[in-house]
Design a protein around this ligand. Sequence first.
Ligand code: PMP
Length: 428
Amino acid sequence: SASSAILFQNWRRRKAIARIPPRPIEIRSDEIVDGVIGLIGNTPLLRINSLSDALGVEILGKAEYLNPGGSVKDRVALKIIEDAEAQGLLHPHTGSVLFEGTVGSTGISLATVGKAKGYECCIIMPDDVAIEKVQVLEKLGAKVERVRPASIVDEKQNLARKRALEFGNTALVDPQKSDPELVVSTKAEPSEVGHETNSILSNNIIKLPEILRPALENKPRGFFADQFENESNFYAHYKGTGPEIFRQTSGNLDAFVSGAGTGGTIAGTGMFLKKALPDLRIVLSDPEGSGLYNKVKFNVMFDLKESEGTKRRHQVDTVVEGIGINRITQNFALGVDVIDDAYRISDEEAVAMSRYLVIHDGLYLGSSSACNLVACVRLAKTLSKGSRIATILCDSGSRHQSKFWSDNYLTQNNISIDPSIIDRLLES
Ligand code: PMP
């Protein structure tokens, strides 16, 4: 896309000029934290001792599960809401409602940050997602609506967008599908804005003109968070996760590994790190069934429609929740040019890694974190001793008890549970 090209050009230019100095990061541990939002970000970078010692390569995990909402998505929820507030699209304590389609983590983060800031939350999710995520959402006061699992063409996103429009008729829209006369453009004069009550305002691309702001303040709004396309997601990582990892490693880092759901993490963190450290390798860890592996390796999308004669599914059918997708989102597109390589990780390997880490490190992680660490081990095998790899520990095992961490569920689905797979991988 155009913005991806611009970021890439900027990166090239910067690369030619100089390394960017690390941006100063607040250290909060000695201070009183300003509410729950003050707990978001600045997570520790954890040396995974078992893997690092066995490999002779340091494997460092960014402990995102320590965020107050329990995952890396707290950063994204906060940035999406703050950017919308700065654009005048959201006002706290007005009865405004955040809408999102999600497999859970982003919903829990939106509900958490929403409550802390004064918003209600409505989450649309597939009905095969681990039940504990729904329970947490409901305890957080969010309304949950379920849709069919492994939905075709992002059913949950479309419904979230529709619900936001129904609620306030002021949130986002797909500018391509909407009547051009009703679309507010950044360049438009207020007189060109059209029918105010029907105005379709993109929270992404289009800024609310100053003149409309007072009229819409204090009114309840429906706001579609749109984590897949909303670039605030990318910037949460470009301005947060990336600089933090740079500072925590003093720039002494050889590779960064991440999975991609929306793509915000790998694109935002990857773009920052690549600009700061041009020789650093950015590597995608992709579960089986996801099309991103082929996109990175061969620049083609694997299309299930052609291969299986079924309707193209955007959601990947795997026990690993939160990563893997069969389309290129805007957030992924922003960083695709800096991704150097990809590994395809099986359910068995991710399950084995999660059990291995509990046995050897006392580390109880979720499925996408386990996937990332399998990719780290594979990558470490190709690097010289003493190298350093950072990855993301997205959430903890407590979000995955009824599926990924349920031996019964795995056995019923013919997924073997064998931590020695990791011993063999380390020895190979
Ligand atoms: N891990 C988990 C548990 C997630 O929920 C997600 C996001 N859906 C990811 C990883 C992937 O992060 P991103 O959306 O930034 O690609």
